[in-house]
Design a protein around this ligand. Structure first.
Ligand SMILES: CC(C)(COP(=O)(O)OP(=O)(O)OC[C@H]1O[C@@H](n2cnc3c(N)ncnc32)[C@H](O)[C@@H]1OP(=O)(O)O)[C@@H](O)C(=O)NCCC(=O)NCCS
Length: 169
């Protein structure tokens, strides 16, 4: 499947079952609970909204991926991003990340942070290609597995390309 078969749109409450199924498939012991997703979505609408969640929907209505951004002041945080295994390595993760960065700019963010497991090299590679650099480590960030997280950051000012900074890197 190519990334072009799917459409990105805002995540809504009726996506919950599909998102939770993907969450369990992709994150296993680090998966977020349903309560966490309801809380995130509750903050994604209205004038004071601080979240932006998107899903990648196939023509048949099933979900191929999703991602979410949280905003505090002028700092965005990539809360999650995931692509179902059979759709990975087709550019969808990059599309989702680009959508979250565009949303961060829309919120007026000047920088975007994220946490990623130290052993999650595919995700780190994706983030590096979008210009994120490692600024620190959070010990035991992922529980109950007690895995450490890298903290990565990308400035949004001056505005840069939303695509990979080094597509051939
Ligand atoms: C990380 C993830 C979202 C990437 O999604 P994807 O759709 O495969 O990403 P893309 O196809 O857009 O790949 C973009 C780049 O990411 C990197 N990448 C993605 N998968 C990779 C892999 N398995 N190994 C090495 N690099 C990889 C590469 O730089 C890739 O570019 P390339 O294919 O031209 O080499 C996906 O692997 C995933 O859902 N993983 C499980 C959930 C997860 O760990 N999320 C991140 C939490 S912080």
């Amino acid at each position: 499947m190519t990334g072009g078969d799917v459409v990105l749109r805002e995540m809504r409450w009726w996506d919950m079952a599909g998102v939770l199924a993907l969450e369990t498939e992709l994150f296993e012991q680090d998966a977020w609970s349903e309560a966490t997703y309801w809380s995130e979505l509750a903050h994604s609408r209205g004038p004071g909204r601080t979240r932006h969640y998107v899903v990648a929907e196939r023509p048949d209505g099933s979900l191929a991926g999703y991602g979410g951004l949280s905003v505090a002041g002028d700092t965005g945080d990539v809360m999650t991003i995931g692509v179902t295994r059979d759709a990975q390595r087709a550019g969808l993760g990059a599309r989702l990340l680009a959508a979250l960065l565009a949303a961060a700019i829309g919120f007026g963010c000047r920088e975007v942070l994220l946490e990623v497991r130290v052993d999650n090299k595919p995700a780190q590679r994706l983030y590096q290609r979008f210009g994120f650099t490692t600024i620190g480590v959070r010990r035991g960030y992922y529980q109950p597995g007690n895995h450490d997280a890298l903290v990565m950051r990308r400035e949004l000012t001056p505005p840069g390309p939303l695509d990979e900074t080094d597509p051939h890197g």
